[in-house]
Design a protein around this ligand. Structure first.
Ligand code: ATP
Length: 213
């Protein structure tokens, strides 16, 4: 069973890394693939390039067994739609391997705005990580989509290649990339919110100094 964590990773931080490790362990995943988007489909253009964001992801995960950086969205033209990414992963892993799309609860809430969002359920399971302060209810269309698909154990995901939705409790870390960018732009330190190696590389390259969001 494979985990997929897509994101802007602008930059990657412990709010991505620790919950992803907990999902890797709790679901006994073979790997979690970190997939930075090239052009986010649903939000403003990031402040640094996709290659720079990917390089920071690589630095963050280099010594964690089971964490893999996946550059496939950088190689694809146009907006980075998750439905296309999952189709490409499905082609790589075949029809029988369970794929788990891992989403923070804030991203899950926004799902009905995603391109061909209902098709995501044909391609992968969805594993939702609770994010601080983000409580139900979800929008009606999402509740309707979720109810028949909801499962309560990783073993249920393992039995099918796609189609389940599992809520996985994770350590609540009130960390966002937005806050890190703002701290850097104000000359304040985001230390201990993200790996030292990532922060050192951000400082070496003088990234985010002009960030306003
Ligand atoms: P920004 O502050 O720029 O919006 P972000 O910190 O939310 O960024 P993304 O790259 O947009 O980071 O997030 C990628 C995925 O990781 C999303 O599914 C998001 O919900 C999840 N995620 C991000 N931060 C956390 C966190 N602190 N706890 C749990 N999940 C998180």
């Amino acid at each position: 069973m494979i985990g997929i964590l897509g994101g802007t990773f602008d930059p990657i931080h412990y709010g991505h890394l620790r919950p992803a490790l907990e999902v890797l362990d709790a679901l006994d995943l073979a790997e979690v693939r970190f997939i930075p988007c090239r052009i986010p489909a649903h939000r403003a253009t990031p402040l640094i390039t996709a290659e720079q964001r990917l390089a920071l992801v690589r630095l963050a995960i280099v010594d964690q067994v089971g964490f893999v950086a996946d550059a496939r969205e950088l190689r694809r033209e146009g907006p980075s739609y998750m439905v296309d990414t999952l189709a490409s992963l499905r082609a790589d892993y075949g029809d029988d391997t369970p794929l788990c799309l891992i989403l923070g609860s804030d991203a899950f809430r926004e799902l009905p705005a995603w391109h061909r969002w209902r098709d995501l359920g044909h391609l992968a399971h969805i594993v939702v990580m609770q994010r601080p302060g983000d409580l139900p209810p979800f929008p009606p269309a999402l509740e309707e989509f979720m109810t028949p698909r909801r499962v309560y154990a990783a073993s249920a995901l393992r039995r099918e290649p796609a189609g389940g939705i599992l809520f996985q409790p994770v350590t609540q870390l009130h960390i966002s990339a937005t806050r890190i960018r703002i701290l850097l732009a104000h000359g304040q330190s985001p230390r201990y919110l993200l790996p030292e190696a990532v922060l050192a590389s951000i400082r070496d390259q003088a990234l985010y100094l002009g960030a306003t969001r």
